[in-house]
Design a protein around this ligand. Structure first.
Ligand code: ZN
Length: 334
């Protein structure tokens, strides 16, 4: 635990004593116009010692569900009466991407491939460096909120590093409808956390540039369950909701592995017959790709028994484009 005796936290140049709440504007760099860009960091501290948890969104600037989830947690006052420990809430890590409705920073680089970053680096590297240097040293664990990208939607799910026993524990406590192991990607925030001994769980829900209420709600419900399991939240943990069955009823949550993307075998108009969150059987018809002049129609089948965890909402696809992300049910690691 980083603050076992509830000592003051010094974030940037700001001293944040236990029992206080402060917003710190971490300076990143200037826009073309000369306007200085800051990353606002909201810190909520209990007087009682406990874990420091980072809750962050907008590492990809167009993934609005995560931004809204963290904003709403603060607006609901979720962190106002912590039983112990501290919350560091950052609704938008990549402020540049947010301003330009973009996943990346304006020079096209992905912050989530730029860790650890450098104080002398380009924009993405500067944002990553700010997180590595100013934020990660203070935290014990994190949940980073994402969505699918480029018209691909993800059913609400948590992803954890299978090599990290603590991350597995936190992913379980979060209790998303779907959980899956996901190896670390070099240069990602999660990989940087791992190098610094900070387990980071990623929540994915919905798609970029589209607010989706059920994903936002699942993000908040999961966070309440996690904080409650850490003894930080006096509220009762919400019941775990699983996937919705075909009648709209919630079934049990699922742990999946061996996920694979089913890709388009032809270019054309794509329509899906099954969608994210639904169970599928091997050989079941799940979508079609049709030529707009009706000269061909290609059926898309489920490759095995499993669950659709993401699908493409784009009505026009090229051959090879990802259509459905499907996973097989499996046991949690021991
Ligand atoms: Zn993302």
């Amino acid at each position: 635990m980083k603050y076992p005796d509830a000592a003051p936290m010094i974030l940037g140049d700001t001293v944040i004593p236990a029992g206080s709440t402060k917003t710190v504007d971490l300076q990143i760099a200037r826009l073309l116009s000369g306007t200085l860009i800051h990353m606002p960091v909201h810190v909520f501290r209990s007087e009682n010692p406990g874990p420091t948890v980072l809750l962050s969104g907008g590492l990809h600037g167009d993934e609005v569900n995560g931004i809204e989830a963290v904003r709403r947690m603060m607006s609901l006052g979720l962190f106002n009466d912590l039983a112990c420990g501290s919350i560091i809430a950052i609704p938008i890590i990549n402020v540049y991407g947010f301003l330009f409705f973009s996943r990346e920073v304006p020079d096209g680089k992905d912050v989530n491939r730029s860790f650890p970053g450098s104080a002398q680096g380009s924009l993405a590297s500067l944002v990553a460096h700010t997180m590595t240097d100013k934020v990660l040293p203070h935290i014990d664990l994190a949940v980073d909120f994402h969505t699918g990208g480029a018209s691909r939607t993800n059913y609400p799910q948590v992803r954890y590093d299978p090599e990290d026993a603590e991350a597995i524990r936190y992913a379980k406590a979060f209790g998303a409808p779907i959980a899956m192991a996901s190896p670390l990607i070099p240069g990602s925030l999660r990989a940087q956390g791992f190098h610094m001994g900070v387990p980071i769980v990623v929540f994915e829900g919905g798609e970029s540039m589209r607010l989706e209420e059920s994903s936002v709600k699942d993000a908040i419900r999961g966070t309440k369950r996690l904080l409650s399991s850490l003894g930080m939240c006096a509220h009762k943990a919400p019941k775990i909701r699983g996937l919705k069955d075909r009648h709209g009823k919630h079934s049990a949550p699922r742990h999946l592995s061996q996920t694979t993307w089913v890709r388009a075998e032809a270019s054309g108009l794509f329509s899906f017959e099954r969608e994210s969150g639904q169970a599928v059987s091997e050989g079941e018809l799940i979508g079609r790709v049709r030529n707009p002049y009706d000269s061909y129609s290609v059926k898309v089948f489920a490759p095995f028994d499993g669950f659709i965890i993401g699908h493409n909402n784009m009505p026009l696809v090229h051959r090879g484009d990802a259509l459905f992300h499907i996973g097989r049910e499996s046991e949690w690691p021991a």
